[in-house]
Design a protein around this ligand. Structure first.
Ligand code: B12
Length: 468
């Protein structure tokens, strides 16, 4: 039987559970493949060589969820550490095939493969590629039959797992550890994104076609986690409500199973088509909060980003959430080529008048190859590095000097704003190395989405100060 060691090198704090590894191992074990997990949040890195020498895996699979923190202010890349990891595995266990995969890897697989000097990568969905690669190590399959494979000289055809019969078993990873230290568990209800947002690489990594999971299997998964004492969740779809009927079916199933009051969940969502009946139903099914990535409110910028919503849609979605009792976070992406002082002023005024629970303010657009934004910059003659594996951000050159100070002024003294600031790192809501958040979860037992924990912690502290 082929043996695989799946490695989670993502030690960003607070920790997020490696859901990709959980799903992969469930799929592979069901097909009779032996899988062990080496999770660097749990196992000391120093024991990796020993594990490799005793377990002797045919394949060591490294999961690259994040290649960097995607934050203009900090721009921390994780790839050098991955390159060292690859070379350490090769030294400790020369016969083991080192394979890279994961959503971060899938953003630019061939460049990352070359940089890290791993032999093989599998981009996109990992399940079938890893299975066939395992069979290949036993001579039961050829490399040509490995979907999504990428090597120094070959790129396999893309393969997309059908999720209709996907009933993952939860429990290969230590979900309790992540709940205690990261405040939630992740769950995927769909894969892929059919939207056209010009800067986003999700459709490249996950496919443009939306594949839906069976609501029964989603609820079965929630029940498995509830049995472990885990009751706070975050969806791990590109966007949860791309297909309204799917959301309705999942919520109805949760309610029908009688667990709507026991689960507390959060989602990333789109505002267009989000209305009161949907908000009410989601609330009944346990939804606590939604994070809408709205980017902006100015028509010309939303049009440039190829977003489907306009300010009115945002207003309706925020009001629907407020009425249903769902907390709402709006995420902004500022600094586009159309941005100017007027559009900046306008978007902050709109935020203040909409008054959502929280607003996350980021500026600087991380540029990924093969996105429309990448082609736009190329056409405009903007200087982009040939290789984009290290963080590279676009920010309108006409604004780059003033934008930080201007935003600081706009958000000063207003508690609804989180701001990733170059000048004021203490205002950052970056979830990388966020000590306030880590402490709130592991010592003060806050649970839920990170933005909502920060919000509730602030609210509770303010309330206590007022009381004292
Ligand atoms: C949900 C989400 C969050 C939630 C997580 C909630 C939770 N409890 O899980 C929150 C809001 C907390 C979050 C935080 C962050 N996130 Co986030 N997040 C996502 C999102 C939408 C889903 C990730 C996920 O779990 N997918 C579902 C799993 C099943 O898929 P998967 O991991 O890709 O695994 C599959 C394949 O990739 C493959 N695979 C996985 N591992 C392996 C290994 C091998 C060997 C192989 C062969 C295959 C393979 O098989 C799996 C099954 O098919 C992705 C974007 C996306 N659409 O995927 C961004 C994303 C991963 N996040 C991103 C970032 C930057 C972050 C932050 C660093 C942001 C920040 N600075 O604060 C933090 C990091 C937090 C941390 N501790 O790691 C970026 C990473 C991009 C980059 N440049 O590296 C992404 C890609 C979004 C984006 N497009 O910019 N995130």
């Amino acid at each position: 039987m082929p043996k695989i060691l799946l490695i989670n090198p993502n030690t960003i704090q607070p920790p997020v559970a490696p859901l990709g590894i959980e799903y992969l191992s469930s799929f592979l074990r069901e097909k009779g493949i032996a899988v062990e997990i080496f999770d660097m949040n749990i196992h000391s890195e120093h024991t990796l060589s020993e594990t490799l020498q005793t377990y002797r895996p045919d394949i060591a699979g490294i999961s690259l969820r994040n290649i960097d923190d995607s934050c203009f202010v900090t721009q921390e890349s994780f790839l050098e550490r991955i390159r060292e990891l690859v070379s350490r595995i090769k030294r400790a266990s020369p016969k083991t095939m080192v394979v890279l995969g994961g959503v971060g890897f899938s953003l630019m697989p061939s460049d990352i493969l070359a940089y890290t000097r791993a032999e093989i990568g599998i981009y996109g969905d990992g399940e079938e590629g890893m299975l066939n690669l395992a069979l290949y190590t036993e001579g039961r399959c050829t490399l040509d039959n490995v979907p999504n494979i990428i090597t120094g000289n070959k790129t396999g055809k893309p393969g997309y797992l059908s999720l209709e019969d996907f009933f993952p078993h939860r429990g290969s990873i230590d979900n309790r550890f992540y709940f205690n230290n990261g405040g939630m568990a992740g769950i995927e209800t769909s894969r892929g994104c059919n939207r056209e947002c010009i800067y986003c690489a999700d459709p490249i990594a996950k496919g443009k076609k939306i594949r839906l999971r069976n609501p029964e299997s989603v609820v079965h998964e929630l029940e498995q986690l509830l049995d472990m004492g885990i009751d706070h969740f975050h969806t791990c779809d590109c966007e949860f409500n791309l297909i309204r009927e799917h959301v309705v079916a999942i919520c109805r199933k949760i309610i029908e199973q009688g667990i709507g009051k026991r689960v507390h969940w959060y989602a990333y969502g789109v505002v267009d088509g989000f209305d009161e009946p949907l908000a009410e139903l989601m609330k009944k099914a346990g939804c606590e909060g939604i994070n809408f990535g709205i980017d902006h409110t100015a028509d010309e910028i939303l049009r440039f980003y190829r977003r489907r919503h306009r300010l009115q849609d945002i207003r309706e979605a925020v009001n629907a959430c407020r009425k249903a009792g769902i907390r709402v976070m709006l995420d902004l992406l500022l600094g586009s080529p159309q941005e100017n002082m007027e559009t900046l002023q306008g978007v902050f005024e709109d935020m203040k008048s909409l008054n959502p629970t929280r607003v996350g303010v980021s500026y600087g657009i991380r540029v990924y190859p093969e996105t429309e934004f990448y082609y736009f910059l190329n056409r405009s003659g903007y200087q982009i590095p040939l290789n984009l594996i290290m963080p590279f951000f676009y920010i309108n050159p006409e604004l780059s000097k003033d934008i930080d100070g201007f935003i600081c002024e706009m958000v000063e003294g207003d508690e609804i704003f989180f701001f990733n600031s170059r000048e004021h790192p203490e205002k950052n809501y970056n979830y990388n190395a966020n000590d306030v958040l880590s402490h709130a979860i592991s010592s003060e037992r806050y649970r839920g989405a990170f933005w909502d924990i920060l919000y509730r912690k602030y609210r509770d502290e303010k309330h206590n100060t007022n009381k004292n």
